[in-house]
Design a protein. Sequence first.
Length: 145
Amino acid sequence: MPQISRRPLPKHIQEKMDNSLYEAVSLLKKKEEVIQFIGDLLTKTEKVMIPKRFAIAILLSKGWTFESIKDRLKVTQSTITSVAKTLELSGGYRKAIEKLEKSENFREFWQEIERLHFRTSSQSQAFVDEELIKKKLGHDKKTLV
């Protein structure tokens, strides 16, 4: 687990470091550049957990239950609770989700996840025609919302 030094930096220096990071991320325009930067920046564990946390936020915003998220993503109740609290109190997750929802690849991927969840959450629905599931979940429309 990462630890923060007991000897903190002066606040103005910490703020400049933070701003440099945020600016660097915002200046990276190509997906490959972002992937390389994130790959260099994060530990192996962080590379697994950060996308999971974001997926939790997406699933919560889509109305999934804690239990379903826990089962599908193999995360703890406390991780889901932490993300849920942040999702409720802050706007960062919501803004990113709103922007992603406009992406066709994102929409198709999460619709596929929702259909899989629908099939696996109810044994009686396991052999229902894919088109019926799409219609029931509203996936025949152009938006997830």
